[in-house]
Design a protein around this ligand. Structure first.
Ligand code: TRP
Length: 372
């Protein structure tokens, strides 16, 4: 089917762009949305492959779960090849305490598994244990210009708040590109704020394919709407790990009582009854959104069903639904974290499986560059 499609494209002479071999630096990072016929034929050989990464910076919150991790869990059914990487090298772009980082890597592994990442199906691994990531990042870094990186918003924002920001913070998106390209990923589930990084990975893939040889597919983003779950104290912002007030979010390791307190104290408004109006009543809309995401019900239907409750009663209802999701994860995380040896075994297996694929791809990449 895909071959037929490609043949039709060629026949219709839609793709007029001829690929230029060894075209030199002037082609670096030029954005060209269309793939050539040759690209497409090559990519048809790339099996669908999903890659996503998450930083080990503490216990994920409900927003991370509902808008990202849960999507990965569902995707496991659709895709035969899927990677979930605990991107520890990304997290050290800002200072980390070594003991905390070490612990957080295991916490993240336990959390992902407790959320439903099946480590037998999905390749769940710790980024730094596959050294090819940094090796490929170097090769890609040689194709990336400084102005291209300086335009990326994360650098602009973070370099302002971090004291003496390091080069790693600047080149971070190149490492992210390497994560994606090393496994020839074709689908990358990300939050909206990461789309710009995915574009860089596509651009670097294009630059590499033009200069050396066609190796990399151009991965497509699968955008999760992470903005749906808002801060409990100020619904103008997203629920965020970096908010210093823990009452502003529901963490996946919060006890049932703590969840109840956080929801009870969440900011709403003075209107007694329930209605869904994200503009005028963002706090209430946030509660309804969480409820809607958890139960897969439309906000309008929720208002219809629970409209007779006052806000206090509705908060109790939402707490029940949230705890129905959070407590099983919390319990499973605690169980998994009590056996660190097992978690290490899981990550070691992930490392071996990821390395095997990365090694084959890296040989091809080095060959193309002339490094072997
Ligand atoms: N930069 C991403 C974040 O901060 C994490 C990440 C690293 C990632 N490598 C990745 C996400 C590769 C998707 C694909 O959320």
């Amino acid at each position: 089917m895909r071959d037929d499609f490609i043949m039709a494209l060629i026949m219709n002479n839609i793709l007029k762009v001829k690929r230029v071999f060894r075209c030199g630096r002037r082609y670096l990072l030029q954005r060209n949305e269309s793939a050539t016929a040759e690209d497409l034929t090559k990519f048809a050989e790339c099996p669908p492959c999903v890659f996503s990464g998450i930083q080990p910076t503490g216990v994920p919150h409900l927003g991370n779960y509902l808008c990202a991790i849960r999507k990965w869990v569902d995707m496991q059914q659709q895709y035969d090849r899927m990677f979930v990487s605990i991107v520890d090298l990304h997290s050290i772009t800002v200072p980390q305490d070594p003991a905390t980082l070490r612990e957080n890597i295991l916490v993240m592994a336990a959390c992902l598994m407790a959320c439903g990442i099946d480590h037998e199906k999905t390749i769940l691994f710790q980024q730094s244990t596959v050294a090819y990531h940094t090796e490929l990042a170097w090769i890609l870094g040689c194709l990336c210009t400084l102005p291209r990186l300086s335009k990326l918003p994360q650098w602009k924002e973070k370099s302002k708040v971090v004291k003496d920001p390091g080069v790693g913070l600047y080149t971070y998106p190149i490492l992210q590109s390497a994560d994606i390209l090393l496994y020839k990923a074709t689908v990358v589930p990300v939050g909206e704020d990461q789309i710009i990084h995915l574009e860089l990975s596509q651009d670097l893939a294009r630059a590499f394919n033009r200069i050396y040889s066609i190796i990399f597919p151009y991965a497509k983003p699968l955008i999760g709407d992470v903005s749906k779950v808002r801060c409990l104290k100020d619904p103008a912002c997203k629920m965020s790990k970096s908010n210093p007030n823990p009452m502003s979010r529901i963490d996946l390791q919060d006890s049932a009582d703590l969840v109840a307190t956080k929801i009870k104290k969440s900011v709403t408004d003075s209107i007694r009854l329930l209605s869904y109006d994200p503009q005028e009543r963002p706090g209430v809309a946030n509660l309804i959104n969480m409820h809607s995401l958890i139960t897969n019900t439309r906000p309008e239907d929720i208002v219809q069903e629970f409209g007779n409750l006052n806000k206090v009663q509705y908060k109790e209802k939402v707490t029940e639904f949230i705890n129905g999701t959070v407590q099983p994860i919390n319990k499973e995380m605690t169980r998994l974290l009590s056996d660190k040896h097992y978690l290490h075994t899981v990550l070691d297996t992930g490392m071996n499986r990821a390395s095997e694929i990365a090694e084959v791809n890296m040989k091809e990449i080095k060959q193309a560059v002339g490094l072997r």
